[in-house]
Design a protein around this ligand. Structure first.
Ligand code: SER
Length: 684
């Protein structure tokens, strides 16, 4: 006899594959998951499967095909306090989606969704309830007449529930959702879809037909589209018949590992311990993917999301009685579980584990400092700890309230819990503000928003002109979608030929032009690798996503290059004439002058200054070539390349070499041959 084969999908991997296969059979192109860091600069993280297609829906980008399907990794942190408490809230989740870009619309989307869930996933129609947007009679008719769903199982919901958009602005539309009913025997009178014990929403069909502008006005998109999302973890809960998403094969192996480390049994443990274990299961998936996609723990933007998740994990580990660093072990399980679907996890495994370990060790030190603080409080003899103090221990030192309480109770000390809750509420508000979609109307947002942009690609070494796309516009440090004649702006582009001030060299000046606008750029600065082009709109209007041409002023660039190369020659000459141990401490490379700061073991005499000048001018006359190359850092240093004291460099470095005369690690722009410096002279 043949062994039993489960003909319907049940494991997470099977559910994902059968979704993609089903839509591939319906002529959809299977698109791999995009990064968690979205292209869209107005959104912090990829929060839905549609995000990578946002500009396609808006008609700004060519569609990859008429129909697409994907399993997209997503992160949402606006409900983080529900993670591990409810059955199905997550930070990281996978969203299965099918998309139509101006091709099929409501009827096919609804029909196929039904075919998928009843034929492929084999759900009993008796267990399905659907919701529709209350004004959407067309969807209602399709569910009733084309699919044959009983009218009593079609529930009308308002904008709050059944009108979907990815953020305050952008493509949006009414939606229709499919819910699984765990208790159909309770009948269809008074159906309450918010009743989590009875219903779980698992598939959202969005009829993407509008664009919402910054003032909230809706306009029709050029074409009608479909955007759907099915929570993989939710479908796994249904098909694996589990009480919650955490107990599915998509998360449970991590929970199992965490229980082993904590030496407890998940099934028989208390609810609060179960919650901690679920949080560890959930957050492990989020942090490995965030780090894999390039996020580094910090106190801002995405980096803050990552840091917060890691710290919550450590805290919950302590609540479970774990006293050592353990996050890497959980991460290893997570990577093993998901590396086939997301090969980048395997490629980046070493970095993921290292980053997690560093952050964990750092935080454990912080926790120890907190412990000291508690001890000091105990010695003070006070009998009540203020809410603010307990909150400081919780927020700054990562002390779970339970832990503080436990220690204080042993010493007959109380905590002002109300005061603590008050502080918690304000913190939640702050956290929400930093983890949700970026509100374009927020004031003074440039410092925070800069984190959201990818590093600007600088292609101005080879050419003074480049094409680029406007990714961000700021006026007085506020994010805006466009700017017009007379306004002074700061612009972020995806790529540019303008050098951004760094390494002592000033930023380029020049113009940026589009079909209808011209901006005079007088300064380019860099923050975290993102170039801010500052200047005045001379004419026309510039808008987000517009294509532009960047044109650097070649005379000023040539002057900066001459001064930069001369700085390198100056350093070599100082080492020969003054002292080998001369080392650079800073510099200014401007259009009209250069300044070189250095340490030397003895004062430099007037005669030496004259000799330095003569030597540099001799090299200029000899016309040494300037060769720029990429090298392994260690090889470059071994070959004698000079590096700036205290500066951090990556493994691959850019080396500016004038063979036999000077060799330095440098990111700046330079003349190609020394003669272009013309004359080197000390004016002071
Ligand atoms: N974008 C919709 C959602 O996230 C459908 O995919 O629910």
């Amino acid at each position: 006899m043949a062994s039993t084969i489960n003909e319907f999908p049940s494991t997470g991997d099977e559910i994902r594959k059968s979704f993609l296969d089903f839509y591939e059979r319906k002529a959809h192109k299977v698109i791999p998951s995009s990064s968690l860091i979205p292209e869209d600069p107005t959104v912090l993280l990829t929060i839905a499967g549609m995000l990578p297609f946002k500009s396609v829906f808006l008609g700004l980008k060519e569609r990859p095909s008429e129909r697409a399907t994907s399993s997209q990794k997503c992160i949402r942190t606006n409900d983080i306090e529900n993670v591990g408490i409810t059955a199905r809230h997550h930070t990281f989740f996978e969203m299965l989606g099918n998309f139509s870009f101006g091709d099929y619309f409501k009827e096919d989307a609804i029909k196929w969704a039904w075919e998928l869930v009843t034929n492929v996933y084999n759900l009993d129609p008796k267990n399905i309830v659907v919701s529709i947007y209350y004004k959407d009679e067309e969807s209602k008719a399709i569910w009733e007449k084309v699919v044959g769903v009983e009218t009593s199982r079609i529930i009308k919901l308002d904008e709050k529930d059944n009108f979907w958009s990815s953020g305050p602005t952008g493509p949006c539309g009414p939606c229709s959702e499919l819910y699984y009913d765990f208790h159909p025997e309770r009948g269809t009178n008074n159906i309450d879809l918010e009743d989590d014990d009875r219903f779980i929403e698992f598939y959202n069909l969005v009829f993407m037909q509008h664009n919402r502008d910054i003032n909230g006005n809706l306009t029709d998109l050029a074409s009608k589209n479909i955007d759907t999302g099915m929570g993989l973890e939710r479908m796994a809960q249904i098909l694996q018949n589990k009480k919650n998403n955490y107990e599915t094969d998509l998360i449970f192996p991590i929970i199992k590992k965490a229980s082993e480390i904590a030496n407890i049994d998940y099934q028989t443990s208390t609810d609060s311990k179960k919650t901690s274990l679920k949080i560890l299961g959930d957050h492990t998936r989020a942090v490995i993917h965030l780090i894999s996609d390039g996020v580094v723990a910090s106190n801002l933007g995405r980096g803050y999301v990552l840091r917060r998740l890691l710290r919550r994990m450590i805290r919950h580990g302590r609540l479970l009685g774990v006293r050592k660093n353990f996050l890497m072990e959980l991460a290893e399980v997570g990577i093993q579980m998901m590396k086939e679907t997301y090969p980048e996890l395997d490629i980046n495994a070493d970095r993921i584990l290292k980053d997690i370990d560093i952050e964990e060790l750092r935080f454990l030190e912080t926790l120890e400092r907190g412990e000291k603080l508690i001890n000091e409080f105990l010695i003070s003899g006070e009998k009540i700890m203020s809410g603010l103090k307990a909150f400081e221990l919780y927020d700054t030192y990562g002390f779970p309230l339970e832990l503080t309480k436990e220690i204080l109770e042993e010493n007959n000390i109380q905590i002002d819990l109300q005061g603590f809750e008050k502080e918690m509420d304000s913190q939640r508000e702050r956290a929400k503000a930093s983890s949700q979609n970026i509100d374009l109307t927020l004031k003074g947002s440039i410092e925070r928003d800069i984190e959201l942009f990818d590093k600007t690609i600088f292609n101005g070494y080879q050419s003074l002109n480049s094409l680029g796309k406007i990714l961000g516009i700021f006026i007085d440090s506020n994010s805006v979608t466009n700017a017009s004649e007379g306004q002074y702006v700061q612009m972020i582009l995806d790529q540019t030929s303008f050098y951004g001030e760094s390494g002592g060299q000033v930023g380029d000046v020049g113009v940026i032009i589009s079909d209808n606008a011209e901006i005079l750029i007088d300064k380019v600065i860099r923050k975290k690798g993102v170039f801010l082009h500052c200047g005045k709109v001379l004419k026309g209007v510039i808008s987000l996503n517009q294509s532009v041409e960047t044109k650097v002023d070649k005379f000023n660039r040539a002057k900066a290059e001459a001064n930069h190369t001369a700085t390198h020659l100056l350093q070599s000459a100082l080492k020969i004439i003054v002292d080998k141990s001369v080392s650079q401490r800073g510099s200014l490379v401007a259009f009209n002058k250069l300044r070189f700061d250095f340490n030397a073991s003895q004062p430099v005499s007037t005669v030496q200054i004259a000799e330095v000048e003569t030597l540099v001018n001799k090299w200029i006359m000899e016309n040494h070539p300037v060769v720029v190359k990429s090298m392994q850092k260690d090889d470059a240093l071994e070959a004698g390349a000079l590096a700036m004291f205290g500066e951090k460099y990556g493994d691959i470095v850019r080396v500016v070499d004038m063979p036999g005369v000077s060799m330095e690690l440098c990111g700046g722009t330079h003349v190609q041959e020394n003669i272009r410096i013309r004359l080197f002279q000390d004016y002071f």
